[in-house]
Ligand binder design. Structure first.
Ligand code: MN
Length: 381
């Protein structure tokens, strides 16, 4: 079984514990996200800007993790923040280039103070740039402080100037208790104009809804089927955000603007495209704004979606449903991803596909989003 290469539209860095202490004044650093583990290692408390979130540490039933590794409070594989070790892992796994998101930084979407959100985003982006500069294979998404749109616009411009090519936005805009409720909100149009002008890709990672400790507890189902239901729930936020941008005309007015939804699978795109088109046609008297293309076509053309293990629904979007923008994502270095068995997963998903379809899913769709990334080595026979 020769090595076949893939780009990953869903990867992460795990930030060093002292990231904020070394990049921010002490008063601000203390309010940025940090995790404190219980003595038993099974639960953690995430502290963010005076809020506390309790959660059980996820551990897969099978896979690459030993009990000793699970007990490690950082659950870090060596490459989580060390670029030479990371590239060794990527070469072994057959991952060439990656779009990377923060890990602890995803909790920054729960911040409610615009000043802290801006300072924290700048610190994360400065650090992301340090990482990205160590290898041309890395595409690090910039965090945007969305609590104040002027701050978001300024930081997007700074990120582009620094050389970052994507911006990470939460799947629901605004803090849990106010501001924007939908990406269709016209007050966000100046941000879309700037992202479009700068050629920045909009990157949504599932599970990034801003929460309060109360709303997070509310969606954390601990009853029958809870763990599976919680995981299924994380799928919807990215779908909703993409649909808002398609139906509202945001993407129609900016046909070069591109969106990627990471870690949410790809099978939902054909389904949602049909739903949007049906709504557009069958409720046409109430539809506003009118679009130059059907909203489902907009979703197909401008929205990309990553999958990892999904054997039923992901590759068939490309082979049977005409969706060209599905792409692989490994979720490295998170344990719920394909680390340790990426080659097996890629072969299982792609070996029966036509070569051009397999290439599009593994390499081509990602390269279309980030054309500056070098071409991967040839696959092994
Ligand atoms: Mn991920």
């Amino acid at each position: 079984m020769g090595k076949i290469w893939a780009n990953s539209g869903d990867s992460h860095f795990v930030e060093p514990d002292d990231l904020f202490a070394t990049h921010l004044p002490a008063g601000l650093a203390a309010r940025m996200p940090r995790s404190v583990r219980d003595a038993d290692g099974l639960w953690e408390t995430v502290h963010v800007d005076g809020q506390q979130y309790r959660r059980r540490i996820p551990k897969p039933e099978s896979g690459a993790m030993t009990d000793a590794e699970f007990a490690d409070p950082h659950r870090r594989v060596p490459g989580a923040e060390n670029i030479p070790l990371r590239l060794e892992d990527l070469d072994l796994e057959g991952i060439w280039s990656e779009l990377t998101y923060p890990s602890m930084g995803a909790w920054a979407f729960c911040i409610r103070d615009p000043e802290l959100a801006l300072a924290g985003s700048m610190a994360m982006n400065d650090w992301a740039l340090e990482m990205q500069q160590k290898s041309p294979r890395l595409v690090c998404a910039a965090a945007l402080p969305l609590l104040a749109i002027d701050d978001a616009i300024r930081e997007a411009m700074r990120a582009r100037t620094m050389g970052l090519a994507a911006v990470s936005l939460p799947v629901r805009p605004g803090p849990a208790d106010g501001h924007f409720h939908s990406y269709a909100d016209p007050c966000l149009d100046p941000l879309w104009d700037v992202l479009d002008d700068l050629g920045l890709v909009i990157a949504f990672h599932v599970g990034t809804e801003p929460h309060t400790p109360e709303t997070r507890t509310g969606i954390r189902d601990t009853g029958r089927g809870g763990a599976v239901l919680n995981y299924a729930e994380t799928s919807f936020g990215g779908q909703r955000a993409a649909c808002q941008l398609a139906a509202s005309g945001v993407l129609d007015a900016r046909p070069n603007l591109r969106v990627i939804v990471s870690e949410g699978g790809a099978g939902w795109v054909p389904f949602m495209a049909d739903r949007l088109d049906e709504g557009y046609r069958q409720h046409s008297a109430a539809v506003s704004p009118k679009l130059s293309r059907l909203p489902g076509e907009i979703l197909y053309e401008q929205v990309y979606a990553t999958f990892q293990h999904d054997r039923r629904s992901s590759t068939t979007t490309a082979t049977a449903q005409g969706y060209r923008n599905a792409l692989f994502g490994s979720d490295y270095p998170h344990w719920e991803g394909t680390f340790g068995h990426t080659q097996r997963t890629l072969h299982e998903l792609c070996d029966d596909l036509a070569p051009e379809v397999s290439h599009r899913l593994r390499i081509g769709a990602f390269a279309e989003l980030f054309p500056h990334v070098p071409t991967p080595p040839a696959d092994e026979p």
